[in-house]
Design a protein around this ligand. Structure first.
Ligand SMILES: [Fe+2]
Ligand SMILES: [Fe+2]
Length: 195
């Protein structure tokens, strides 16, 4: 799905359903971080009107998602917990060699955002199927979110291509997808969006 090279293990959704409160807290903070990431990259390409408009739009949309997840948390009678470390994102960042070059850093950030969006989408799609029986409303919620996160995945990837050139970016992207598949095969044991 979405070019990803590995699928989430089916038992991940069972773990999530047994720990929905933990999952929703993790999801809420993921939306907040997605908003912060979209804001943070604006400074790297301020002269591109389309980029600035799109990123500020995504930043707003992601905070709306935060609000929506927070509402679901309250509806289900849960409490928003504290933010947990995102091991997946930390390990994903290690794929890239350390660089001081601001252009390289910028492209790395765009590709990481794109991939995190793609994996979130894949996870939402797995989860929505598992939620259908006992949580039909929440299943619909994840089905709707899938659409906007899939759009974000493409936007980040396209801007990276526009900035650094398609050929160069697609080569890095393919290696990054292979690396991510290795990582995701070791995960799927925690009730987090990328756990
Ligand atoms: Fe989102
Ligand atoms: Fe997103």
């Amino acid at each position: 799905m979405l070019g990803l090279k590995a699928e989430t293990s089916p038992q991940w959704a069972d773990i999530v359903i047994k720990n929905l409160d933990l999952f929703l807290t993790d999801h809420a903070y993921n939306e907040m971080k997605a908003s912060q990431s979209a804001m943070a990259v604006i400074n790297h390409w301020p002269e591109n009107i389309d980029f600035v408009n799109t990123m500020s739009g995504i930043a707003i949309e992601e905070m709306e998602h935060f609000e929506m997840v927070y509402k679901e948390i309250n509806k289900l009678g849960f409490k928003l917990g504290k933010e947990q470390i995102n091991e997946y994102a930390m390990k994903l960042r290690k794929f890239f060699p350390k660089t001081k070059d601001p252009d390289e850093k910028f492209v790395q950030k765009l590709l990481l955002s794109s991939l995190i969006e793609a994996r979130s989408c894949e996870r939402f799609s797995v989860l929505k199927e598992a939620l259908k029986k006992d949580y039909p409303e929440l299943a619909r919620f994840y089905s709707d979110l899938f659409q906007s996160e899939a759009r974000h995945y493409r936007v980040f990837l396209e801007f990276a291509r526009e900035y650094a050139g398609r050929e160069k970016v697609d080569e890095i992207w393919d290696d990054l997808l292979t690396y991510e598949a290795g990582l995701i095969n070791q995960l799927g044991k925690k009730a987090g969006v990328h756990g």
